[in-house]
Design a binder for this molecule. Structure first.
Ligand SMILES: [Zn+2]
Length: 239
């Protein structure tokens, strides 16, 4: 897949663009700031403005490397537009996504490199992450909450970089999901998210620039989901 603008510029929420192609209720833009969803992160919300008004984004359709932006109401627009991400929603996703990396790092460290089997972030400020942890003690998982918040408070830098697929496969712990790896870019690169001194893992979503930009986290619930999966639900305080 082509690299997304939001992956390199997750703080840039508004872009001027040209409509390259239009259909009723959808546009293909020369550029846009949206994250179209994937990897457990919800698609961005936002609006597209043009000379005649503005319309909410209804979703995204990925066709090959192209991301079509679906527009509410079947509207058809052409020419110069401005695309803008909903800042509150993007911030929520960046916080939850970064906090899940922190939790994932601690579980990977403390539970013999346990891998992830599923992730879902929610619009209500909660998220869940499933681990392949057939024998884990739930109290030990629950006891990670103070360290999670300590890492948030330490405000560790979060940075993105890219490595080639072969290097990614050769670096232990970089591919953290048991079944799916992020797709390489068209240049054959895998995107890496590094939390300074804590964690490196392949990921394609949008994250905070540092952990301190997250609200504190609570571990809400730990459930057994089947024989192997342990589901940890987290929530942002104050949401
Ligand atoms: Zn991520």
């Amino acid at each position: 897949m082509t690299r997304l603008f939001c992956q390199e510029n997750s703080e840039v929420l508004r872009l001027d663009a040209k409509v390259l192609e239009a259909r009723p209720g959808a546009v293909l833009l020369s550029r846009h700031p949206f994250y179209p969803g994937g990897g457990g992160q919800l698609p961005d919300r936002g609006i597209v403005r043009w000379h005649g008004g503005e319309v909410p984004v209804a979703g995204f359709s990925e066709e090959g490397d192209a991301v079509w932006i679906r527009l509410s109401g079947g509207i058809e627009i052409t020419g110069e537009v401005q695309a803008e991400v909903d800042p509150v929603f993007r911030q929520l996703m960046r916080e939850l996504h970064t906090d899940l990396h922190v939790l994932n790092a601690l579980v990977f460290r403390d539970f013999d490199g346990a891998l992830v089997t599923g992730v879902q972030m929610n619009e209500d400020g909660t998220a869940r992450i499933d681990f392949d942890l057939p024998d884990a003690d739930n109290d030990r998982l629950r006891a990670l909450e103070p360290e999670l918040n300590d890492i948030v408070a330490r405000d560790l830098a979060v940075e993105a970089s890219h490595v080639c697929v072969t290097a990614a496969q050769g670096e232990k712990g970089l591919l953290r999901s048991r079944s799916v790896a992020p797709p390489p870019s068209s240049e054959g690169l895998i995107r890496i998210i590094e939390i300074a001194t804590l964690d490196r893992q392949a990921c394609g979503g949008t994250h905070l620039d540092s952990t301190g930009a997250s609200r504190p986290i609570r571990i809400l619930k730990i459930e057994n989901k089947g024989r192997y999966n342990r589901r940890v639900r987290i929530g942002l305080r104050g949401v």
